[in-house]
Ligand binder design. Structure first.
Ligand code: SF4
Length: 317
């Protein structure tokens, strides 16, 4: 029996995609901590929101826990890239634990802005997603009641603030650029005197990955986003594609890919969230190649060259 020729599938691969400088740095911190102190090294919360990364670090000797109470005395602990409330390092110090802070420097920058604004007497309106660890960490930089969370334009309409003329806003780093612009417009319309140190704090990596998806979405019949369901920036990439009119699916690994989705797909877009390693993109492409005659084209909208310094004490390791 002669084998049927494979159906052709054109892949448009967005660039930039995948790991950002903050994720790279956070993973490196855990690896260097294990090299320097020996296993186990405890990590409070998933270092970045990706199961493959977490499992790889577990195999090297990292132990992931959700609270400091689960860290035994005398072992080092790393705080995740999303940042932590001030109470967490304070508690670690109280217990005499040595800790390494893998908070992304761009998240730390928002933390410092929050402190400065509150010190200047401003009430902060924070645009972000309730319950995300970055939001919990940023709220934990200022006294309770000095910051109010909004997620949507409707939240802005319903917002009650102590003094409408003494407000500032800050944002989570991994939001949708377009949704945030709408929320900001609503905030500025309702509170003309609201101030901000800059336009918003959505980071370069989030912005670049969303722009790269926008550049290819219209040419694709379906967009695959490789990332975790609890990864904020990955979820936003799904929304960006859908907003451009292209259906999108979030998958963590090639095994979650259903070939049935591709029945009427000629051009498939592929991207990956900031916490998804390139090896998972290759895994998906290789898996597709078992069923289709794939052609790959990378569409690069910008080139990134950002790298962050390691915390003091680890640079020379
Ligand atoms: Fe830092 Fe942005 Fe990466 Fe988050 S997505 S770790 S803020 S660079």
């Amino acid at each position: 029996m002669t084998e049927q020729p494979k159906k052709t599938l054109e892949l448009l691969i967005a660039a930039p995609r995948g790991f950002c400088a903050g994720v790279d740095r956070a993973i490196r911190i855990v690896e260097l901590a294990i090299e320097r102190y020996g296993a186990p090294v405890y990590v409070r919360h998933e270092i970045v929101h990706n199961k493959f990364v977490v499992d790889s670090l577990k195999a090297k000797g990292a132990v992931f826990v959700e609270t400091l109470d689960d860290v035994p005395d005398g072992v080092p602990v790393v705080f995740s890239a999303h940042g932590v409330p001030k109470a967490v390092p304070a508690k670690a110090e109280q217990r005499g634990l040595s800790y390494l802070d893998a908070t992304c420097p761009l998240v730390s920058k928002v933390h410092r802005q929050a402190e400065r604004l509150v010190a200047a007497g401003r009430h902060i309106v924070f645009i972000g997603h309730a319950g995300h660890p970055e939001v919990i960490g940023t709220f934990g930089q200022v006294p309770e009641g000095d910051m109010t969370l909004v997620e949507t334009v409707k939240d802005v309409e319903d917002l009650a603030v102590p003094d409408p003329d003494n407000l500032a806003f800050l944002t989570q780093t991994t939001l949708s650029v377009d949704d945030t612009a709408a929320v900001l417009a609503a905030l500025r319309a309702r509170f003309p005197n609201i101030i901000a140190p800059q336009a918003d704090d959505i980071c370069y990596a989030t912005t670049n990955r969303q722009t790269a998806v926008k550049a290819i979405a219209a040419a694709c019949d379906l967009m695959l986003v490789i990332g975790a369901p609890n990864s904020s920036n990955s979820l936003r990439l799904v929304e960006v594609a859908e907003r451009e009119g292209t259906p999108a699916r979030l998958i963590q690994r090639a095994a979650e890919l259903d070939f049935g989705w591709l029945a009427s797909v000629g051009t498939l877009g592929i991207t990956a969230g900031a916490s998804a390693p390139e090896i998972l993109v290759r895994e998906v492409v290789d898996h597709l190649a078992t069923r289709f005659a794939v052609t790959e084209r990378e569409v690069e909208t910008t080139r990134e060259s950002i790298a962050f310094k390691l915390p003091r004490g680890l640079e020379a390791a």
